[in-house]
Design a binder for this molecule. Structure first.
Ligand SMILES: [Zn+2]
Length: 85
């Protein structure tokens, strides 16, 4: 389960809460009943992982987009799309 970090906008209190993705975010500071805000940079591991994934999928995705645009055009002009692979 992911750990979320919150910081109170009113008193500066920081707290961590282990929640499911489906759980509602905390919004009220337990010490002063002020507004809680999520602090995202506390979960650096998650962002590192997704960064790797984004970089990897971007390069392969660009290649896919480049090759995909070519048969799409030829398919429009000629109906023999099964012959080309
Ligand atoms: Zn507070």
């Amino acid at each position: 389960m992911p750990t979320y970090q919150y910081r109170c906008a009113d008193c500066g209190e920081e707290l961590e809460a282990v929640q499911k993705f489906t759980d509602e975010a905390l919004t009220i500071c337990p010490s002063c009943n002020g507004k809680l805000r999520k602090v995202f940079n506390a979960v650096g591991v998650v962002f590192k992982g997704s960064g790797f994934y984004a970089t990897d999928s971007r390069s392969s995705g660009a290649r896919k987009a480049a090759t995909a645009s070519t048969p799409a055009k030829s398919t429009a002009s000629s109906p023999a799309k099964a012959a080309s692979s």
